[in-house]
Design a protein around this ligand. Structure first.
Ligand code: GTQ
Length: 371
């Protein structure tokens, strides 16, 4: 959307007509690995963020069979990670779901293990279906059920598997790979033993750090990510229900809780934050936009979102994205059940670097016209 004064011929904006003399001059500069700023200025300094990513819904009904098919085609040993990644059609250059966030659907059968590794990229995993999934992070083993999410922060050794007595498991991976690659700072290492020894009681980090209003006496934690490696669904949903008893929530986000590092109350990791929001029966939020990329996972319910004037329907297990600075509003389609959206974002980066901006949609009672 362009503001009236956002015209490319206003004073101070580049507005130089091509002439044969100038074109020859540009060629000449080009030969010396240089260029005239006024030929690119309006592109590299847009009036407002211009995301290359487009809004997309990845429907589980379309992708689930294809994800399961990969089990017949490759082993985790050969593939390293047996994952179908989500490709934003606006981004030919990188494997990104939206902005600088990567996402994929990983599948594992009972008894399978993917070898331990570590990298500069940080990751989360959000469990979609199946029983017996686990992740080991720096020797801490976490058992995982549907709608739980687990962190594998930058630099930690991690491996995933499914217990022999479990069932086929599918989960969403979310990583900051495109961002770390854009920063040209990504290192990758395979564990010398391909697997880590479990050195602690199972689920110890959540049992230690995940008690509301209580912190473990005598324990210290100085790393720059949350020590609570796993956040479970049941207490998350309970927190939303309790919060809904005492607030109408945000007009833009409904009832929303952020997952935090219990030591700092800040985001779970430095580059990625996560939240869970509840839309009450029939709720229709007002539209707003902000910098930062959002990747939503429908944890519960069904409804639709209007993103830059276009309607996107979703239901449980679908994943959809809202690119930076895109107008968005959400609607819970049910008159009787709530809907819950898990959201992974790069908002911690926006905030840390002073790049966070937001704006409410002013016209039409806060709702976008549908294009
Ligand atoms: O498990 O660390 O989907 O490194 C892609 C790259 C998962 C992982 C992915 C990865 C991982």
């Amino acid at each position: 959307m362009k503001h009236e004064n956002h015209r490319e011929d206003v004073a101070g904006r580049a507005n130089v007509e091509d002439t044969p003399e100038l074109l020859a001059y540009y060629d000449d500069l080009n030969r010396f690995s240089a260029g005239a700023l006024w030929t690119v200025a309006n592109k590299i300094e847009p009036w407002e963020p211009q995301s290359q990513s487009v809004p997309v819904v990845w429907r589980y009904a379309d992708l689930r069979d294809k994800v399961l098919r990969s089990v017949d085609l490759v082993t985790p040993e050969k593939a390293g990670r047996r994952v179908i990644y989500l490709r934003n059609p606006g981004r030919a250059d990188v494997a990104a779901a939206v902005g600088w966030l990567y996402a994929g659907l990983q599948v594992m059968h009972p008894g399978e293990v993917a070898s331990a590794h570590r990298h500069s990229a940080s990751a989360i995993r959000f469990i979609m279906e199946g029983a017996g999934a686990y992740t080991v992070v720096d020797g801490h083993k976490m058992t995982l059920g549907a709608n739980d999410f687990v962190l594998t922060p930058n630099g930690t050794w991690h491996e995933h598997g499914v217990a022999a007595e479990g069932s086929p498991c599918i989960w969403q991976d979310g990583l900051d790979i495109p961002f770390v690659n854009a920063m040209e700072a990504n290192f990758y290492e395979v564990h010398p033993d391909l697997s880590q020894a479990v050195g602690y009681a199972v689920d110890d980090m959540t049992k230690t750090w995940g008690n509301p209003g209580l912190t473990p006496y005598g324990e210290t934690w100085t790393k720059r990510y949350s020590p609570m490696f796993k956040y479970e669904w049941a207490p998350t949903y309970e927190a939303l229900l309790k919060r809904a008893q005492c607030t109408d929530g945000s007009p833009f986000d409904g009832v929303m809780m952020e997952y935090v590092n219990p030591v700092t109350n800040g985001p779970v990791m430095q580059t990625m934050g996560a939240s869970m929001q509840m839309l009450r029966p029939g709720e229709h939020t007002k539209a707003h936009r902000h910098t930062g990329s959002y990747l939503y996972h429908v944890a519960k319910g069904r409804g639709h979102s209007i993103i830059n004037g276009k309607r996107f329907d979703w239901q449980e297990r679908d994943i959809f994205c809202v690119p930076s600075w895109a107008w968005h509003e959400h609607v819970n389609a049910s008159a009787s059940d709530d809907a819950c959206l898990f959201c992974l974002s790069d908002i911690p980066v926006m905030r840390a670097l002073g790049l966070y901006r937001e704006q409410a949609f002013g016209e039409n009672g806060g709702h976008q016209p549908i294009l």
